[in-house]
Design a protein around this ligand. Structure first.
Ligand code: PLP
Length: 379
């Protein structure tokens, strides 16, 4: 199998499964059972993970709230602000957000009688800040797009909206791929997820800047300092801490520069044979590992299935939309026609990929084009 779908999920960091094994076995204590050592060990594992995670994103450990993943983090962030806004207030998101942001905002709009507006994006996937509605109380924007890898200019967004508007950033595709500083970006709330950077699935983080007007939508047993109820998943949280530490070390190496070269090699070589491909967001600053290309006349989903049958894993875009034949909302928001948008595929590079894997991928894309009589596209 050749895996090029690292924006969908990633393999576990080296050594992670042995690190967390004791928490599935002998160290099974409840972190709230502080009367005895078994419980205190579990608490210590969580505290340690909180520190590792906060160091990865340059936030304070006290600002970290563990959740069941990226989606829950996003819902808590948006609900925890929107539920206290007076009816008629405006909430804002970009036109290319993940479905978890789209559905959380739409729920809040209906339930709390709010108004919702969109920030459009340019053909290159950049936020059109001149078209932003200045009356917003809450803005939610992704740091980097999961389908195209385009990185948004969060600093310019902040200076445009000013200090008084609450800013939530879905950094699920940025954290663990490029250096990310919660403090330097001056954001209020931020979501990210362990399984996108070598951690386990089912655990994520909501970062809430100290002192902002956010309220937990549910409290339950008071865990996470009353900000997210429910007995913590010690093994998954410990695993997220482990992956954060490993990723922090990796970000200091040439690993991501090498991935970027591999991504550029793929685009360059494919274009040699197939000059009509278009690299979506190719003019923008992008995540080093992500390539979204339009192969004209091809149905992206069919190409993805063909490659899947050959043991090559890629996708058309968002992992949760893989079985959908509707054109990508992200690409249509960027101004691509529905025809072009259904011809897009996403290749996301990561651990273990090398040039010979890329050569194989290109060969099979060309085979598909030949077998499906889109030969005229190929040199
Ligand atoms: N936001 C973005 C940009 C994503 O790419 C994803 C997952 O693909 C999510 C949110 C949801 O994260 P999770 O799978 O941890 O719930």
């Amino acid at each position: 199998m050749t895996y090029f779908d690292h924006n969908a999920t990633t393999p576990l960091a080296n050594g992670l499964s042995s690190f967390v094994k004791p928490y599935f076995e002998a160290e099974f204590g409840n972190p709230s059972s502080s009367a005895y050592q078994l419980g205190r060990n579990a608490r210590e594992a969580i505290d340690q993970a909180r520190v590792e995670v906060s160091e990865l994103i340059d936030a304070e450990p006290g600002e970290i709230i563990f959740t069941s993943g990226g989606t829950e983090s996003i819902i808590l962030a948006i609900l925890g602000i929107a539920m206290n806004l007076p009816p008629g207030d405006l909430i804002l998101r970009s036109a290319v957000e993940h479905s978890s942001v789209v559905s959380a905002m739409s729920f809040c709009k209906k339930t709390f009688n709010l108004k919702e507006s969109l920030i459009p994006v340019s053909k290159n996937g950049q936020l059109e800040l001149d078209l932003l509605d200045p009356r917003a109380r809450l803005v939610s924007v992704m740091f980097a797009n999961n389908e195209t890898g385009v990185i948004h200019d969060i600093a310019s967004l902040r200076s445009r909206i000013g200090e008084n508007v609450l800013l939530h950033v879905d950094a699920i595709q940025g954290v663990g791929k490029v250096p990310f500083s919660f403090k330097a970006l001056n954001i209020d709330l931020c979501s990210f997820s362990a399984h996108k950077f070598g951690g386990p699935k089912g655990v994520g983080v909501l970062v809430v800047r100290e002192g902002i007007e956010w309220q937990p939508p549910f409290v339950g047993g008071g865990q996470e300092l009353g900000r997210r109820g429910g007995t913590e998943s010690v093994p998954l949280i410990a695993g997220m801490g482990y992956a954060s530490k490993a990723m922090r070390a990796k970000l200091k190496t040439s690993y991501f520069a090498e991935l970027e070269s591999l991504r550029n090699y793929f685009e360059y070589e494919l274009r040699k044979y197939c000059p009509f491909i278009e690299v979506v967001g190719g003019e923008s600053l992008r995540l080093p590992n992500t390539s979204n290309i339009i192969v004209p006349s091809v149905v992206g989903n069919n190409l993805v299935s063909y490659l899947g049958d050959k043991g090559i894993c890629i996708s058309t875009g968002s992992a949760c939309k893989t079985n959908s034949f509707s054109p990508s909302v992200v690409l249509t928001a960027m101004g691509y026609s529905s025809m072009s948008a259904v011809s897009a595929i996403r290749v996301s590079f990561g651990e273990g990929n090398n040039e010979s894997d890329v050569d194989l991928l290109i060969k099979e894309i060309l085979n598909y084009c030949n077998e499906n009589k889109v030969k005229d596209l190929i040199k």
